[in-house]
Design a protein around this ligand. Structure first.
Ligand SMILES: Nc1ncnc2c1ncn2[C@@H]1O[C@H](COP(=O)(O)OP(=O)(O)OP(=O)(O)O)[C@@H](O)[C@H]1O
Ligand SMILES: [K+]
Ligand SMILES: [Mg+2]
Length: 688
């Protein structure tokens, strides 16, 4: 089943083509639509710039509308143009970030055609209905070549399914009843055999619907971090607003006037328009980058939390391993009779609908072993549960047959006064040391033998966990399997720690414990027994191959079912947080240069001594103001690529990362505008 493991790179290439001319044209249109004040008010910083634009625009037609003004018409026109472009640039950055998701959503919508479904009625009759009429709980039959009409769980049969419409991966995956591979997605195609599916979602609530609204950004909500930063930036803006609005009272006292467009220019230069214009693009682009890696994040909050993860908890079967545990050998223990072992081994698995159970019956058939099925008539079926870690049957004659985790079966046998065969441990250990899962088979108080279940570790795990370690993230494997098997697999995969014989609630306890130590915890899993833990974790990453319950509890789904995909998500989360921090630092550091450009220009006519502050030796007061304002506007589109791509992240301690970024974006933020404004000033001087 190596098709479950897909490298994310091919995916990237496929989607890179989405960034094209069409997208840019669409984003330009959107930038104008977003000028609507009802939309602009959501971004208070840019809203103030828009008001500034409106005031200077009015002054182009009525120069004295806001008090007597001696400003020349051309200056009003130029300032209002620059302000309009400042707002448009901010809008464009958001629109271009949204564009990719919208394009992807529309291609997903195409796969959402109406399909006809074969609904199985209680009477046993099959009727053909459109997929839109299916409701939760309906049973449908899907044959070879047909499209699965809705999200659901396989309750009968086994089929290979082409999920490329959702995952982009063309190799089909096996879907079967009973195990952790029973969930199917509407819009995917059965390529062989036939399955019976119980529909789990009403129309409009399907996985595809959710995916569309996610990539489209329709459900995008500001994250707590984003809201906090917005509040700080808005407060800063208010302070500058008060300073600038009250400034004329001081200058009047000193005996001179500052013109309204000059005051507006000063205000716009001082408020953090750079980060204000790019903030939402940074968040959207971060979510989009996650999607490029074939991971669906349900919220931006989850992506940001991933950036701060300290511990990752992984489920073993189906997450670190492929999860297709198959019986590969039957091992008799001493004092047991071979025929008897085979007989009860078969009975214990006859009605076990898990893939493990079915593989046992298949191996028996392959080995041409015979057994008497009749004793199981009317017997009570004991289904496998993660809590008991056993399955089997209670026969009508009172005899009880069980198979399951060796320690669980030992305990069960002991509770009936049985004894453990001498060579059981030795034989169990042999299987476990090879990384296999041993199941013991017992009837009443006697253990007869062992079943060797084999599973394979997904390739490349060791290098990936090494990478997580470099990022400062501890990996812990939690498994329902026994300690020896767990140790072998943990060693093979290269995880830092492991916990064996885990019940579902133990996984939650591990997460809660780490959280109580102030750690942020990620959990990856695929099974229904992982669902509570996936919900408890700060970041819950479910494998797309897993069960519906797991996918619903998680806040991220990996379409490629690769647990170490968390590395990419963590990097993207860190990048997102760093980019936001870096551009905020840059935006505020810029103020120093703008201050030295505008303040001397404003006062020079009245107070010639102010010239000492004109450290940039700018051409004229007017040129100084325009240069600062132009720099303030064009820095936004110049930084769009960085906002979209994110600040580069290399695994290193967060302390040295912080120092490095403070240096680059703080120091750079002070220096760059001095150079930029000076260059623009030279150019402006040539024109006016
Ligand atoms: N069909 C079955 N019948 C009886 N016992 C089983 C069956 N399937 C698994 N077991 C036993 O129960 C244990 C727990 O199974 P469970 O599926 O909860 O966890 P797991 O798959 O081993 O580990 P993980 O939590 O990493 O997926 C297994 O290790 C195995 O010993
Ligand atoms: K600014
Ligand atoms: Mg599992």
């Amino acid at each position: 089943m190596s098709q479950l493991f897909v490298e994310s790179e091919n995916k990237l290439q496929k989607k890179a083509s989405l960034m094209n001319k069409e997208l840019i044209i669409q984003a330009v249109k959107e930038s104008f639509v977003k000028l609507d004040p009802r939309i602009m008010i959501k971004n208070p910083i840019m809203f103030i710039v828009e008001i500034g634009f409106l005031i200077t625009l009015i002054m182009c037609f009525a120069p004295n509308a806001f008090g007597k003004s001696d400003v020349e018409l051309w200056f009003n026109i130029v300032v209002s143009f620059i302000l309009l472009f400042t707002v448009l640039f901010g809008n464009f950055s958001e629109a271009i970030a949204e564009g990719r998701g919208k394009a992807q959503a529309s291609s997903l919508k195409q796969s959402k055609k109406e399909i006809s479904a074969n609904r199985l009625l209680d009477s046993g009759i099959i009727e053909e209905v459109p997929s839109t009429q299916l409701r939760k709980g309906d049973i449908v039959i899907v044959k070879q070549g047909e499209m699965i009409p809705g999200d659901g769980e396989v309750i009968g049969g086994l089929a290979s399914v082409d999920e490329s419409a959702i995952t982009g991966e063309s190799a089909p995956v096996i879907k079967e009843a009973g195990g952790d591979f029973n969930s199917v997605t509407g819009g995917t195609r059965v390529v062989s055999d036939q399955i019976t599916v119980r529909i789990t979602n009403n129309p409009g609530e399907s996985f595809l619907d959710r995916m569309i609204s996610l990539v489209e950004g329709a459900e995008r909500q500001k994250t707590p971090n984003e809201i906090a930063l917005n509040t700080v930036l808005t407060s800063l803006t208010l302070i500058f607003l008060i300073v600038v609005v009250t400034l004329p009272f001081f200058t009047q006292y000193l005996g001179f006037n500052i013109e309204v467009p000059v005051l507006i220019s000063l205000l716009v230069c001082l408020i953090p328009t750079t980060i204000g214009g790019l903030l939402s693009a940074i968040g959207i682009a971060g979510m989009d980058r996650v999607t490029q890696f074939n991971v669906l994040a349900m919220s931006g909050k989850a992506v940001e939390a991933a950036g701060d993860i300290n511990t990752i908890i992984l489920d073993k079967t189906g997450t670190i391993t492929f999860g297709n545990r198959m019986a590969s050998e039957f091992v008799l223990v001493s004092q047991a009779d071979e025929n008897e072992f085979i007989q009860w081994l078969a009975i214990s698995s006859l009605k076990d609908e898990t893939p493990e159970g079915r593989s046992i019956i298949e191996l028996l058939k392959k080995q041409n072993k015979t057994f008497d099925e009749s004793v199981s008539q009317n017997a009570e079926i004991i289904e496998f549960k993660a809590e008991t870690r056993m399955s089997g049957m209670d026969l009508t004659d009172g005899r009880k047959v069980r198979k399951g985790a060796v320690d669980a079966v030992k305990e069960w046998v002991a509770s009936q006064g049985g004894i453990v065969p001498k060579d059981l441990d030795e034989k169990t250990n042999r299987i476990s040391k090879e990384g296999g899962t041993p199941l013991a088979v017992a009837i009443n108080n006697q253990i007869l033998g062992l079943i060797y279940l084999k599973d394979t570790v997904k390739p490349g795990m060791r290098e990936r966990f090494e990478q997580l370690r470099k990022m400062g993230i501890k990996s812990v494997m939690c498994t329902g399997d026994n300690p020896l098997t767990a140790a072998t697999i943990a060693k093979e995969a290269g995880v830092d720690e492991f916990i064996a014989e885990c019940k579902p609630e133990d996984k939650i306890d591990v997460i809660k414990y780490e959280q109580s130590q102030g750690k942020l915890v990620a959990m990856t899993g695929d099974g229904t027994n992982d669902a509570p833990a996936l919900a408890q974790a700060d970041v819950g990453l479910a494998m797309n191959s897993g069960t519906t319950a797991a996918k619903e509890a998680a806040n991220m789904i990996d379409l490629d079912s690769n647990p170490t995909k968390l590395i990419e998500v963590v990097s993207i989360g860190k990048q997102l947080l760093m980019t936001r921090g870096a551009l905020t630092t840059f935006s505020i550091a810029n103020d120093i240069a703008k201050y030295f450009a505008i303040i001397p220009a404003m006062f020079m006519i009245a107070i010639p001594e102010m010239d000492v502050l004109n450290i940039m030796q700018l051409e004229s007061p007017i040129s100084a103001i325009l240069s600062a304002l132009i720099f303030n506007a064009i820095i936004i589109p110049l930084l769009i690529p960085l906002a979209m791509k994110g600040v580069a992240y290399k695994p290193m301690s967060s302390n040295s990362l912080l120092k490095r970024n403070m240096f680059i974006y703080g120091f750079g933020g002070v220096i760059v505008p001095f150079i930029g404004i000076k260059l623009i000033d030279v150019a402006v001087g040539l024109i006016i």
